[in-house]
Design a protein around this ligand. Structure first.
Ligand code: NAP
Length: 222
C-alpha cells in the first residue's frame, strides 16, 4: 500500500471531502487522525469505518482556527506525523454590501487562519524529521471569484499564496506544500445552495454534474 506506516491528520475529516480523504488515506495504509469541529457522531463513524477495514484512526475535536494543541496531541498519540491535509472549511455566503463583519471573520479564521495554525504546528515536526506532505484545500472560487462569496474567495485565494510561500520555505527540508482547488463538489456545503443556483453551477460544468468527494480524495492522495 502507498502509505503503509505513515501518519496523517485530516482537518474537517468528519464529513464531505475530508471524510473521503480520511478514508482514502486509511485505505492506503495510513493511520489517520480525523479532526472535526462539532459533529462527533460523524467523526466516530469515519473512525469506525477505518477500523472495520483493519486500519487505525483517532478522532480529535478542535476548532482549526484555534488549534495550537491539536497537532502535538496527534503526534504524541499516533507516534508521529507525515501528512497534514488542511481541509476544514466553512461558507457564510452573502452579497458584500450585506456581509456582517463576523461572517467575514469566521470564514477567514477557519479557512485561512486554520491552515496557518495547523501548518505552522505540523511544520515544526516535519522540518525536524526532514520529511512531510502538506496538502491544502483551496477552491476554484479562489481563482475565479463568485457572487456572494467575497469572504470565501479571499480566504481561498489566500490559501494559494500561503501555500506557495510555505512550499518555498520548507522545500529544502523535504517538506512539500501543495494545493488542491476543486470545482463544485456534492457535499453538505453545496447541498444548502438554492436549487436555481445549483442548477446554474451544474450548467457550467462540462460533464454536467457536480464532482464527488472521492474525486478530490484521489487528487489529495496523489
Ligand atoms: P462540508 O461537507 O461542509 O464539511 C466541512 C468539514 O469541515 C466538516 O468535517 C466540519 O466538521 C469541518 N469544520 C468546519 N469548521 C471547522 C473548524 N473550525 N474546525 C475544524 N473542523 C471544521 O464541506 P466540504 O464540502 O467537504 O468542504 C471541505 C473543504 O473543501 C473546504 O475547505 C471547502 O472550502 C473545500 N471545497 C469544497 C467545495 C465544494 O463544492 N464542496 C469545492 C471546493 C473546495 P463538523 O462535521 O464537526 O462540522
Amino acid at each position: 500500500m502507498l502509505l503503509d506506516g505513515k501518519i496523517a491528520l485530516v482537518t474537517g475529516g468528519s464529513r464531505g471531502i475530508g471524510r473521503a480523504i480520511a478514508l482514502r488515506l486509511a485505505g492506503e495504509g495510513a493511520k489517520v487522525a480525523v479532526n472535526y469541529a462539532g459533529n462527533q457522531t460523524a467523526a466516530e463513524e469515519v473512525k469506525a469505518i477505518i477500523e472495520q477495514h483493519g486500519g487505525a484512526a483517532m478522532i480529535v475535536q478542535t476548532d482549526v482556527s484555534d488549534s495550537t494543541e491539536m497537532v502535538a496531541r496527534v503526534h504524541e498519540e499516533l507516534g508521529g506525523l507525515d501528512i497534514l491535509v488542511n481541509n476544514a472549511g466553512i461558507t457564510r455566503d452573502t452579497l458584500l454590501l450585506r456581509m456582517k463583519d463576523e461572517d467575514f471573520d469566521a470564514v477567514i479564521n477557519t479557512n485561512l487562519k486554520g491552515i496557518y495554525a495547523c501548518t505552522k504546528a505540523a511544520a515544526k515536526f516535519m522540518t525536524k524529521q526532514r520529511s512531510g506532505r502538506i496538502v491544502n484545500l483551496s477552491s476554484v472560487v479562489g481563482e475565479i471569484g463568485n457572487v456572494g462569496q467575497t469572504n470565501y474567495a479571499a480566504a481561498k485565494a489566500g490559501v494559494i499564496g500561503f501555500s506557495k510561500a510555505a512550499a518555498k520555505e520548507f522545500a529544502s527540508r523535504n517538506v512539500t506544500v501543495n494545493v488542491v482547488a476543486p470545482g463544485f463538489i456534492d457535499t453538505d456545503m453545496t447541498a444548502v445552495l438554492k436549487d436555481s443556483i445549483r442548477e446554474k453551477l451544474i450548467e457550467e460544468v462540462p460533464l454536467g454534474a457536480l464532482g464527488k468527494p472521492e474525486h478530490v480524495a484521489d487528487a489529495v492522495l496523489f
